[in-house]
Design a protein around this ligand. Structure first.
Ligand code: PLP
Length: 459
């Protein structure tokens, strides 16, 4: 094995990026603004500020500054788990017997187990700085709730997490981690909100849904003084915070003079992929590289590969403003797969715009193949990946095997977003041979598309 490049490339604490990278500063076309669903007109800034922290709104609307400084308080929190390692996947390369070089950026080295802590830290800090007493959010699979609980504890912020009831019951340890960090975890639907009570009355015994949990979190935030609702993906400011992944990866590769040919990431709402590709994409937009960008989604929830580019609600409760994005329709119900973090009907407006303009490619992969890849990866590289992350592994392995057939020596970078210790029910199904694949039929897609709102014409 040629080891001129170390197995793990670590940056030092001093090399931690001091500013996030705003790819929008280089985009030829910006994505269209949020619309107010009632008027069809762009949402005024004040409307956004009633929901989100002011600094996050500034970042959300910033289309000009390439670099946005990371405040010292956030940097000191980042130092607990960053810089994260960039790994040269020598053992995976050997197992695949490929001429390709494979690198992965590992974001699972913190208690929450995923990259979500990068944005949770920033959003909790800005909420505290604005003088807020607390924030609310929802969580499905539990990764976002856990990350935000850690950040809220660190910055001394009260946190209420509405957790989809089925997850609350199926993942009791996720809930316990959040409670250990001081969060108040409420199974949704609950009787603490109007929205929850309405659902409970209409569907007694329901296991809940993300849409309902969002509705409860938003309602609670709006009824409390000094409280805001925070979101862990999709939005531009979340992608901005996640750019720390791409910046570190780029700096580590530059240390060894490695130019990658391809960057691959899994996509739920698009935040880790958007953050990983940001600085590489910025340079591509300036004509300085010709990197191929590949986003990977589950075949069961294929928003880029089979969705429509349209204005849609960000949540199934239809409470949010409308965003222009690739979407399966806010009423689309993905089949229950094991990659909870990728089951989102839409896609980040930034990623959607870049995709529409031809700057990135998307692939959809089936669940069983994803777990084949996850298990192969765990056995040779040692890390037990989150099912979400395994989508990127699967695509990276496909690309490396294509290199073996063509003899091309591509350099592939992929994002390994997290660990899978709380997903052992999924691994059990795989090991027992009871896991199945599912993709929506055309009829199911049509039913989802029918829920895309008709946007009133702005006058
Ligand atoms: C939430 C999550 C994802 C998907 O979210 P994005 O916003 O698309 O990055 C991917 N991997 C893990 C481990 C997650 O927790």
């Amino acid at each position: 094995m040629d080891r001129t490049i170390p197995y793990k490339i670590y940056l030092s604490e001093e090399e931690l990026p001091r500013a996030w990278y705003n790819v929008k500063a280089h985009m030829k076309r910006q994505h269209p603004p949020f619309l107010d669903p009632k008027t069809g007109k762009p949402c005024p800034r004040e409307a956004l500020e009633r929901v989100f922290c002011s600094e996050c709104v500034d970042q959300e609307l910033n289309e000009t500054d390439e670099r946005i400084a990371i405040p010292e308080e956030i940097l000191s929190f980042y130092r607990m788990f960053r810089p994260s390692p960039l790994v040269r996947a020598y053992f995976l390369e050997r197992m695949l017997d490929t001429p390709a070089e494979i690198y992965y950026k590992f974001e699972g080295n913190n208690t929450s187990g995923s990259h979500k802590l990068n944005s949770a830290a920033a959003q909790a800090y800005y909420a505290k700085k604005q003088g807020l007493a607390g924030v609310t959010t929802e969580t499905g699979a539990g990764q976002w709730g856990t990350a935000l609980a850690m950040a809220a504890a660190f910055f001394g912020l009260k946190l209420d997490v509405f957790m989809v009831k089925v997850s609350y019951e199926q993942k009791p340890f996720r809930k316990e981690v959040m409670r250990t960090y001081g969060a108040n975890v409420i199974p949704s639907p609950s009787d603490t909100t109007e929205a929850g009570r309405r659902i409970l009355k209409a569907f007694p015994g329901t296991g809940g849904s993300l849409g309902c949990a969002i509705a409860e979190a938003v309602e609670t935030a709006q009824n409390r003084e000094s409280c805001r609702y925070v979101l862990g993906s999709v939005l531009d400011h979340v992608l901005l915070h996640q750019s720390v992944i791409g910046l570190e990866a780029k700096a580590a590769l530059e240390k060894y003079g490695v130019d990658v040919d391809m960057v691959i990431g899994c996509m739920g709402g698009g935040s880790n992929f958007g953050g990983l590709i940001a600085p590489f994409m910025g340079e591509k937009l300036m004509g300085r590289n010709d990197i191929e960008f590949v986003g990977v989604e589950p075949a069961s929830c294929p928003s880029l590969t089979r969705g429509k580019y349209a204005y849609d609600y960000c949540d199934s409760a239809q409470m949010t403003p409308l965003a222009k994005m690739y979407t399966l329709g806010c009423g689309f119900m993905p089949s229950p797969t094991h990659s909870g973090g990728l089951r989102y009907h839409g896609m980040s407006p930034v990623i959607s715009q870049l995709y529409a303009d031809g700057y990135l490619r998307a692939v959809a992969v089936e669940q069983k193949r994803v777990f084949d890849a996850a298990v192969a990866f765990a056995r040779c590289e040692g890390i037990l990946p989150a099912p979400e992350s395994a989508h990127a592994i699967c695509a990276a392995m496909d690309e490396a095997l294509a290199c073996k057939r063509t003899g091309k020596k591509k350099r592939i970078l992929f994002g390994l977003t997290g660990t899978g210790y709380f997903d052992m029910t999924a691994y059990k199904q795989y090991n027992d041979g009871t896991m199945s694949d599912s993709s929506p039929t055309e009829e199911e897609l049509e039913r989802g598309f029918a829920s895309i709102p008709r946007v009133p014409a702005a006058d």
